[in-house]
Write a protein that binds this ligand. Structure first.
Ligand SMILES: C[S@@+](CC[C@H](N)C(=O)[O-])C[C@H]1O[C@@H](n2cnc3c(N)ncnc32)[C@H](O)[C@@H]1O
Length: 298
């Protein structure tokens, strides 16, 4: 990326606020996000995000951009902040999670910005889709989890596929962002195929569409049926790990597995346990020895 040459010099007093709006309802907009928008004289964002806060924008300059114009949004923000204006760049969820924070810093550094150059940058955190979608379906993220975006517009598919395969193997709970759009329909099928190589077909899956927005929709399904579900651009897909269960309409991943206790109680040898848990045999043997030593002291 080349430095935008048309930008004016830095003027003290300018500010860029990277504001995470949360899922979209005002109840879940933080007090700081609301105050940051009030403080701004210019608000820039993807047209759908601007719509989410339309009632907070009276008297402000509002710049609506299309989804693909992320760098343009950042350049416009910098252009104004350099002239001393206060600009809110709004993202859904959190601006640092597949949001505007990264592209904005890329543009800032290209333009020679430093923290003491007169243009202040503030990142205002918001609840990301994985938090809000998890809250709607129960407690799926109570153990190790990760997020993967299925959008291959900026990331080559082999990179995404490699990450999907690795986290499926490692038994993480996974939140899939950008799972499907009108044009991108294959990625969710490929993700399912990779997960089924490592996970049981009946692994719980929750699909949350438009969380905390008027068209909110929640669907529980299983890994082998995931790709048939109603999934769109505004969906987040939560895939459980091997311990996740659904009960009373809630998806829950247990916090602790009592693994060491179960190992000891199983009576199995280190070689079998190593194979069952896909861990090195000497590691298992050391754990068993430690457990035996603890038991001997009791
Ligand atoms: C470009 S990413 C933006 C993520 C956002 N910055 C965040 O932290 O949630 C867009 C993706 O976020 C997820 N998403 C955002 N808002 C959502 C909502 N209200 N309900 C469900 N998923 C949402 C969807 O997976 C969507 O494809």
């Amino acid at each position: 990326m080349n430095a935008p040459e048309f930008l004016p010099p830095f003027t003290a007093g300018g500010k860029i606020m990277l504001v995470g709006l949360g899922p979209g309802s005002h109840d879940h907009l933080t007090a700081r996000a609301r105050a940051a928008i009030a403080e701004a004289d210019t608000v820039i964002g993807y047209v759908t995000y601007i719509r989410l806060v339309a009632d907070l924008l009276a008297g402000k300059e509002v710049i609506r951009k299309s989804m693909t114009e992320e760098l343009d949004r950042a350049i416009e923000a910098l252009e104004r902040a350099r002239r001393g204006r206060k600009v809110a760049l709004v993202s859904s969820g959190d601006a640092g999670v597949y949001g505007m924070a990264g592209p904005t810093f890329e543009v800032l550094f290209q333009a020679g910005w430093t923290p003491d150059c007169g243009v202040e940058v503030e990142i205002v955190p918001g609840a990301s889709a994985l938090n809000t979608c998890a809250a709607l379906v129960g407690a799926p993220l109570t153990h190790d989890f990760c997020a993967i975006s299925l959008s291959d517009l900026l990331t080559p598919w082999p990179t995404i596929a490699r990450r999907l395969d690795a986290v499926a193997y490692a038994d993480f709970v996974v939140a899939l962002y950008n799972p499907k759009s009108g044009r991108r329909t294959r990625q969710i099928v490929e993700a399912q195929r990779l997960f089924l190589r490592h996970r049981r077909p009946d692994t719980p899956v929750a699909i949350v569409k438009s969380a905390y927005r008027p068209k909110q929709r929640i669907e529980f399904t299983t890994l082998d049926r995931m790709a048939e579900a109603d999934i769109g651009m505004l969906s987040t897909v939560l895939i459980g790990n091997s311990n996740t269960f659904v009960r009373e309409g809630l998806m829950v991943t247990p916090r602790g597995y009592g693994w060491l206790q179960r190992i000891r109680a199983s009576g199995l040898g280190a070689a079998q346990l190593a194979a069952d848990h896909r861990l090195p045999e000497d590691y298992i043997a050391a754990l068993l020895a430690e457990e035996d030593a603890v038991a001997a002291r009791l």
